[in-house]
Design a protein around this ligand. Sequence first.
Ligand SMILES: Cc1cc2nc3c(=O)[nH]c(=O)nc-3n(C[C@H](O)[C@H](O)[C@H](O)COP(=O)(O)OP(=O)(O)OC[C@H]3O[C@@H](n4cnc5c(N)ncnc54)[C@H](O)[C@@H]3O)c2cc1C
Ligand code: FES
Length: 274
Amino acid sequence: MAKITRKEFLAQDIVLLEIEAKRIASNAQVGQFVVLMPYETSERIPISLHNWDQIRGTIQIVFQIVGRTTSELSTLDVGDYIYTLLGPLGKPLELAEYGKVVCVGGGLGIPPIYNIAKGLKEKGNEVISIIGARTASLLILEELIREASDELITCTDDGSYGRKGFVTEALRDLLNTTKIDLVIAIGPVPMMEAVANLTRPMGIKTIVSLNPIMLDATGMCGVCRVKVGGQIKFACVDGPKFDGHEVDFADLRRRLAMYKEEEAKALEEWKARI
Ligand SMILES: Cc1cc2nc3c(=O)[nH]c(=O)nc-3n(C[C@H](O)[C@H](O)[C@H](O)COP(=O)(O)OP(=O)(O)OC[C@H]3O[C@@H](n4cnc5c(N)ncnc54)[C@H](O)[C@@H]3O)c2cc1C
Ligand code: FES
């Protein structure tokens, strides 16, 4: 059981939770995630760590309400307890001196990009962050990302804030004028695929964070399998970060769509009960 100490709607259907989790906070490393069950009857879902505070013993996560379990999680308030919280999970990002790094965060990829940009900057890298969302109201955590970066480029698809267009267009323009040593991209699958396609011919190392469906998150069930470099990997223990140039994105898209009917049914059944 883990107590919620802060709850804030960052945008419509996007919620930040701060949770008491002393052990996770003291062991967390950049790029890791947790798995949680809001209630005893809930499914387990993976959510990235956005931030953590070792002194206060708290972690922060940001999630979008998309289906049954995230809807259940959104019903919990400050003072309520999350039924189970497991972590930190996944391989951390290796914090090294790469040189000039671009951190690209799209939508719900922005919260985890925060601790990555911060960690890389503290390690002495020059960090340029590019964050984007469909529209201004969905562009979250701008000030935090700005603080964690040497330079920040903001984009909205509809041009309601920052540069008009996709983050990939801003990245393309940057790559055409600046020598970049590493790109890290977190966001929707098409965005990460587009980033990898952009950097591949330029030979720029690119790390993406994959979000397949997960069940046990311990490497036992195989549900989170992804194809990377022609090999089967389990994102929960081998990832979730992988070389973007090696990822089979078509396979990931296919697997993410496999349970659409069941997911819609689960949400409808939950809505009918409350
Ligand atoms: C390592 C990892 C880190 C993640 N970090 C975050 C995060 O920080 N914030 C956040 O909001 N979400 C994150 N996700 C996605 C999150 O786990 C799913 O949104 C959640 O499991 C949906 O559960 P649900 O029961 O509410 O919806 P479901 O009923 O399971 O699904 C509802 C809709 O969301 C889609 N969906 C389900 N799972 C995923 C997924 N893994 N990726 C993309 N779409 C999905 C479904 O196809 C469906 O359209 C992460 C996933 C992984 C694997
Ligand atoms: S979620 Fe079961 S092996 Fe990764």
